[in-house]
Design a protein around this ligand. Structure first.
Ligand SMILES: NC(=O)c1ccc[n+]([C@@H]2O[C@H](COP(=O)([O-])OP(=O)(O)OC[C@H]3O[C@@H](n4cnc5c(N)ncnc54)[C@H](O)[C@@H]3O)[C@@H](O)[C@H]2O)c1
Length: 421
């Protein structure tokens, strides 16, 4: 945990506004689910903030995290977002086809009332999208407009605090360059329209300038740069990312530590999937897939430590494929083939076939990130929150190093939460 202090907690009946750049399938499934849970029409399954428990010293009975910590309640939440299209959240959710009609109708009024703010968007970042609702100006102007949007949204929603979770699309692959090295370099790059500054970075910069915690749900570089980390520390703002850990990578980071714990060897891990939502369409573009691929590939090496176990993992082939296949919509199907080695080097295979639902897995992650990031901010934490790495495929580096093993990430989260008690 980086740079955390513990000033008094301020949570009471204050309202929390959740800002969502990218009002697509994940964002609308998240908002709809919060409203359904409020009405008692659904259970927020998958959310640690709602269902998770911890034991406190001297008491054997586990207590709900939400009772132990001053986390905002679902009925204290309000929602706002940005998108490249002006459709309201109900229309978006209908098109996304994630939630069934009876669920959507139950929250139609609440979703219809959420209309996005216009986007800061560059076609080059995401060639497959067709924007119709965007801002104009140079990159510095766009940050100023987004900052004004943030203030306007705060007063329109009548909330006391804000938190942002990027639920926008995956952008083209961009590596940290000169412009990302310091606050000054980035500010100069904004004025010069530097091509290495993407749309998502503008939202993050605007949020950090306004002191709004920022979680990055996509694999975009965004707040994983020296400039953004410096600004987050300067404005005492928590950040975290990258890329929600939801489906195949979640399973991978559960299985791999278990296989390693028993010193079973591995020659290869091949992951492929089919999905047909808009995320899949965007990832069908090679430059955008590259961003996702880099994020997904990073996990195994850190968990298996091939340098310490060359006889088990020294020659591992790790391949990841994503296939855009429209008939499946959001109902992703993933296949993993793991080539294992046992006693005396005998070969075995393990096959995993996960018939999942992308946005159903992502929605509780958005909720937890919003609530825990808000808690971090209230408790004076700033900079990279590695206690939240359990939620990411490609967690940001920190003083404690990058951790992919889900069980170690779970321990980090518990340490973070306990530090706030
Ligand atoms: N669903 C999952 O399990 C999962 C897991 C990991 C990561 N993610 C990531 O979450 C993000 C959202 O996924 P989704 O399925 O909701 O995708 P989606 O395509 O349904 O929604 C993304 C939305 O972002 C909007 N957008 C793109 N650029 C924007 C910009 N500059 N400003 C404002 N809006 C912008 C798009 O118009 C779209 O409506 C993607 O980056 C995806 O890779 C999803």
């Amino acid at each position: 945990m980086a740079n955390n202090e513990n000033p008094p907690t301020t949570t009471n009946n204050e309202k929390l506004g959740v800002l969502l750049p990218g009002l697509g399938a994940v964002a609308t499934t998240f908002i709809a689910g919060c409203h359904l849970a409020r009405k008692g029409a659904g259970v927020p399954i998958g959310s640690l903030s709602q269902l998770g428990t911890m034991r406190v010293d001297g008491d054997d009975t586990p207590k709900k995290i939400s009772e132990l910590l001053p986390i905002a309640k679902l009925d204290q939440l309000e929602f706002a977002g940005w998108d490249v299209r002006a459709d309201d959240a109900y229309a978006v959710a209908q098109n996304a086809g994630v939630l069934e009609r009876h669920h959507l109708e139950a929250v139609k009024d609440e979703l219809s009332a959420i209309t996005p703010m216009s986007a800061a968007f560059f076609q080059k970042d995401i060639p497959r999208l067709e924007p119709t609702f965007t801002k104009t100006g140079n990159k510095a102007d766009l940050v100023d407009q987004l900052r004004q949007d943030i203030r306007d949204a705060k007063s329109k929603m009548g909330v006391d605090r804000l938190v942002a979770v990027w639920c926008g699309s995956t952008e083209r692959y961009v590596q940290a360059s000169e412009v990302h090295q310091s606050i000054d370099a980035f500010e100069a790059g904004l004025k010069n329209d530097d091509e290495n500054i993407t749309g998502s970075m503008l939202y993050a910069w605007a949020c950090l300038k306004e002191g709004v915690p920022y979680a990055n749900g996509s694999p975009n570089l965004t707040v994983d740069t020296p400039a953004a980390i410096a600004l987050a520390n300067e404005t005492r703002t928590p950040i975290c990312g990258k890329d929600f850990k939801t489906g195949q990578t979640l399973i991978k980071t559960i299985l791999a530590p278990g296989l390693k714990a028993r010193m079973l060897g591995m020659e290869g891990w091949f992951s492929t999937n089919i999905l047909g939502n808009r995320d899949g369409l965007v990832l069908d573009e090679p430059a955008n897939f590259k961003t996702k691929e880099m994020s997904k590939l990073s996990v195994l090496e850190q968990i298996l430590e091939p340098e310490a176990h060359p006889e088990l993992y020294g020659d591992l082939s790790h391949l990841v494929r994503i296939n855009y296949y429209p008939p499946r919509g959001d109902a992703k199907e993933g296949w993993d083939n793991i080539d294992l080695l046992g006693w005396m080097g005998y070969k075995m295979q393990l096959k995993v076939n996960f018939l999942c639902r992308d946005s159903i897995l992502a929605a509780p992650v958005v909720l937890d990130l919003a609530l825990f990031m808000d808690l971090c901010k209230q408790k004076g934490a700033r900079g990279v929150q590695d206690g939240l790495s359990i939620y990411f495929k490609s967690p940001q580096d920190s003083a404690n190093g990058i951790e992919h093993d889900l069980f170690k990430q779970s321990a980090r989260l518990e340490t973070l939460l306990r530090s706030f008690m």
